[in-house]
Design a protein around this ligand. Structure first.
Ligand code: AMP
Length: 194
């Protein structure tokens, strides 16, 4: 059973936490483009320098940088049985680019999970995370910009994947364990049906 999946949801919906849990259960890697960018920023690489100016403003890093990074990551040997992309694709152009990357390898997506949460809840969660982790882009004006960019550019992707019958929507409000159970339950049904 292959499990090539995408995780959608606004900043603060709990994607990173849930991605780790889903991937541990299915024994596949979680690929977070945000984490890859952050580790490059921390390491002072050329990629990190390019990404940082966009991340600090809450804007998306250009596709030319992001797409190549994802293509390289999904070509690694640990991705053969599947992967969960957390934070990619985020734009319609990235959806098409991912399609192309997978087609080129004779592969396709098995499921897209959207974690839903309303904006009051996510702003509060992100402000808490700012205090706990001190992430550079968790200040209130940047959080608001990230939510705006998500609403404009990424929310429409859910409808695209719904049309393809790939979309699984899960309520992201509640205990972390309960949300994981909701996701695993819909995912198992979807993956078994494939
Ligand atoms: P995240 O950790 O997923 O919230 O991502 C943090 C930041 O990394 C985003 O606000 C963007 O600046 C950048 N980023 C992550 N993934 C992407 C992507 N697929 N396309 C463009 N920028 C991205």
């Amino acid at each position: 059973m292959s499990a090539r999946m995408v995780l959608l949801g606004p900043p603060g919906a709990g994607k990173g936490t849930q991605a780790e849990r889903i991937c541990a259960a299915l024994n596949i890697p979680a690929i977070s483009t945000g984490d890859i960018f952050r580790s490059n920023v921390a390491g002072g690489t050329e990629l990190g320098l390019k990404a940082k100016e966009y991340m600090d403003k809450g804007e998306y890093v250009p596709d030319s940088v992001t797409n190549a990074m994802v293509a390289d990551r999904i070509s690694q040997p640990d991705c053969v049985e599947g992967f969960l992309l957390d934070g990619y694709p985020r734009t319609e152009a990235q959806v098409h680019e991912l399609d192309r990357m997978l087609e080129e390898r004779g592969l396709g997506l098995d499921a897209v999970v959207e974690i839903t949460a309303d904006s009051d809840v996510v702003v509060e969660r992100l402000l808490n995370r700012a205090q706990e982790q001190g992430r550079a882009d968790d200040t209130e004006p940047v959080i608001r910009r990230r939510l705006e960019v998500y609403a404009e550019q990424t929310e429409p992707l859910a409808a695209m994947y719904r049309e393809r019958d790939l979309l699984l929507q899960v309520d992201g409000i509640g205990e972390i364990n309960d949300v994981t159970e909701r996701i695993m339950s819909v995912l198992r049904d979807a993956l078994n049906a494939h």
